[in-house]
Design a protein around this ligand. Structure first.
Ligand SMILES: *Cc1c(COP(=O)(O)O)cnc(C)c1O
Length: 362
């Protein structure tokens, strides 16, 4: 008897594990497990979404012209070279699907985003995982891992769940070291939280093989709507547009994202709040003996000495209704990834961990 057979790679996919959002028996849960914006969505986006509701009987724009124009204006890029997707995840899927297949290799780094191997298997290609050094991307190790079969390098900068970032000169060195038929994708989901960083934009602007991806899910507070974008060479954008479904973004999503990207004052205030609370949280974690790198994102990765200690810290947080992300799947069984909240939320986390340490010692 024969049965339907899936395409190569599909059965290799381990299902994506999202951040937990419920705790049994707790009503006032503080969710710090998915790097969402503690300020919520920008008010201008809520207004645009409500107004767009009146037009939801109409099919959305297929070319996303208004949203691309807004992105181009705000970020100083060429609107023709912007492509929008259902989250940046979809933009990453465009590039993997369009440029890699069975027999090809896609490189990602040791602690790279967990969607990368999923997307790689989705197109039938083989994921190649490259070691990092002390939780920081190692450009030389990536270059050493390149083979004749390499088609794409997926780089998260700043990284998730590490929060660390490599310098612009290092990204340039990576781009310089790759053959021109290999695509370098710079996933800049957290760019707006990294002071002085441009997400790799100049490389996406000038190189024939560099794509930058960005998202509305993090600082713009629109994770539930699913909007992201990519910027790169015209030839690549044209290729990816052929496999983009014409109506991938809904009327409300397009309207809300356009309003959000234009609200630069709101974005800057969120970045400032994040920087302040991030420094406070990192200081407190270190004080409680939890190792923690500096972060260029809206989360921090605390590292306990042992898995048992991480379990205990998580249990203490959970007991007070606080959800964080364990990152064993990313190679940090002793790690606790904590999204940076507002001042009150950060205070709550610090209080719980301080009490936990005090009682632990007693
Ligand atoms: C959150 C995140 C994204 C964004 O995903 P969306 O599909 O845009 O919501 C992309 N890359 C990394 C590394 C992330 O952490």
């Amino acid at each position: 008897m024969t049965t339907p057979t899936p395409q190569p790679g599909i059965m290799e996919i381990a299902l994506y594990q999202g951040g937990q959002s419920h705790l049994a028996g707790v009503r006032d849960v503080l969710k710090l497990s998915s790097n969402e914006n503690p300020a919520g969505p920008p008010p201008a986006a809520i207004d645009a979404l409500s107004a767009a509701g009146r037009h939801m009987h109409l099919y959305p724009s297929t070319d996303h012209a208004a949203l691309r124009a807004a992105i181009a204006e705000v970020w100083g890029v060429d609107a023709e070279r912007v492509i929008c997707g259902v989250g940046s995840d979809e933009v990453l899927q465009f590039v993997t699907q369009a440029y890699a297949g069975p027999g090809d290799e896609i490189i990602h780094t040791e602690h790279g985003f967990s969607m990368y191997p999923i997307l790689t298997h989705m197109c039938g290609a083989t994921p190649v995982r490259v070691a990092e050094v002390d939780r920081v991307v190692d450009v030389d190790a990536i270059l050493r891992a390149v083979t004749a079969r390499t088609r794409i390098v997926l780089l998260t900068n700043p990284g998730n769940p590490t929060g660390t970032r490599i310098a612009d000169a290092e990204i340039t060195r990576l781009a310089d070291g790759l053959r021109e038929d290999i695509i370098l994708v710079i996933d800049g989901a957290y760019t707006e939280y990294a002071a002085g960083y441009d997400g790799g934009l100049p490389l996406a602007e000038t190189r024939p093989n560099v794509l930058m991806t960005r998202t509305f899910s993090k600082i713009y507070g629109l994770g539930g709507l699913r909007v992201g974008w990519g910027y790169g060479p015209q030839a690549m954008i044209d290729v990816m547009t052929r496999i983009r479904q014409p109506f991938n973004l809904s009327v409300p999503a397009l309207a809300a994202a356009e309003a959000a990207v234009r609200d630069t004052a709101w974005r800057d205030s969120c970045a400032a709040l994040n920087a302040e609370q991030r420094a406070r949280l990192i200081g407190a974690l270190r004080q409680q003996g939890l190792a923690c790198d500096d972060s260029d994102t809206n989360f921090v990765l605390a590292r306990a000495a042992t898995v048992a200690e991480a379990d205990a810290a998580e249990a203490a947080l959970n007991a007070e209704g606080i959800l964080i992300r364990r990152v064993g799947g990313y190679g940090f069984p002793e790690g606790l990834r904590i999204t940076v909240g507002d001042a009150a939320q950060t205070g709550r986390v610090i209080n719980v961990l301080t009490r936990w340490r005090t009682e632990d010692v007693a």
